[in-house]
Ligand binder design. Structure first.
Ligand SMILES: NC(=O)c1ccc[n+]([C@@H]2O[C@H](COP(=O)([O-])OP(=O)(O)OC[C@H]3O[C@@H](n4cnc5c(N)ncnc54)[C@H](OP(=O)(O)O)[C@@H]3O)[C@@H](O)[C@H]2O)c1
Length: 251
């Protein structure tokens, strides 16, 4: 039976990945902090499902999880745990911003780096780093740190994708770059969506189709995909002004 691991599987996009991959016949390894919520997900699984509680803002817990995953013959890894915050940068909670960098960047990097050699050696499988449409833009006023963390995810994933391509690797590496998805994200980020959100079900269905095709960049929201595509042709300051206008509606 193939094995899939999902971080941030206690809620939202990660929880839906767990449901879908269980349905597709994967054995699951699920990680997050909330044991009760993970147990709830586990209860609904048809196949074997192991839960691991870990606080991925803590480096030792990430390394421990990464070492454990490196010993598994994973077929799918969904590097999904993350959070954001809406705030003026000069008034932001620095400790929270640093924790965001720990989860969205450092944990993502540790786990990706620890699991990738196994995939390369087996020359198969799919890895998805969950970024955001935020990671495809120059920056996001009022969510400056969050946008910067997601730009790191898109840059890192793109570079490693090209390394794998140049070696003719059969490992499929993708980055998921959604716009708004209706999850618990907004409650944690203290935000309101400027655009209407897609469901986690639609997001994950779209993501799985893209991953199976080996697509590097997966943007499930049509309006966002169009915006990001045309946004690339704008000068940096013009794009920032448009993003600021949209972002100000989130407050
Ligand atoms: N929703 C959106 O609009 C949207 C758009 C673009 C990208 N994304 C990205 O999608 C990913 C999933 O977010 P979501 O929308 O599904 O939000 P969510 O419903 O709030 O889920 C976030 C998940 O991350 C886990 N997590 C957060 N901090 C953690 C920590 N310190 N250690 C371990 N796990 C942690 C949470 O689990 P515990 O709280 O149990 O630890 C939860 O399972 C994130 O990377 C987010 O940036 C979301």
């Amino acid at each position: 039976m193939p094995i899939a691991c999902i971080t941030g599987a206690s809620s939202g996009i990660g929880k839906e990945f767990a449901r879908r991959l269980d349905e597709e016949g994967y054995k699951l390894i699920l990680a997050a902090r909330s044991e009760d919520k993970l147990k709830e997900v586990q209860k609904n699984c048809k196949n074997e499902c192991r839960i691991i509680t870990a606080d991925l803002s803590k480096r030792d817990e990430c390394v421990k999880l990464g070492d454990l995953l490196a010993k598994e013959e994973l077929d799918v890894f969904i590097n999904n745990a993350g959070f954001g915050c809406v705030e003026d940068f000069d008034k932001s909670d620095l400790d929270n911003d640093l924790k965001m960098i720990d989860v969205n960047v450092t944990a993502m990097q540790i786990l990706f780096r620890k699991v990738l050699p196994g995939f390369v050696e087996r020359d198969r499988g799919m890895i998805l780093n969950v970024a955001s449409s935020a990671g495809l833009l120059y920056g996001g006023p009022y969510m400056a740190t969050y946008y910067a963390t997601k730009a790191y995810v898109t840059s890192l994933t793109s570079a490693v994708y090209q390394e794998l391509q140049s070696r003719h690797s059969h490992v499929k590496l993708s980055m998921l770059c959604p716009g708004p998805v209706d999850t618990n994200f907004n409650n944690v980020a203290n935000a309101k969506f400027a655009l209407s959100g897609i469901t986690p079900e639609y997001c994950v269905d779209y993501a799985l189709k893209g991953m199976k095709k080996g697509k590097l960049t997966i943007v499930p929201n049509t309006v966002v995909r169009t915006g990001v595509t045309f946004g690339k042709f704008l000068p940096r300051k013009a794009q920032l002004a448009i993003v600021q206008h949209q972002q100000s509606k989130k407050r």
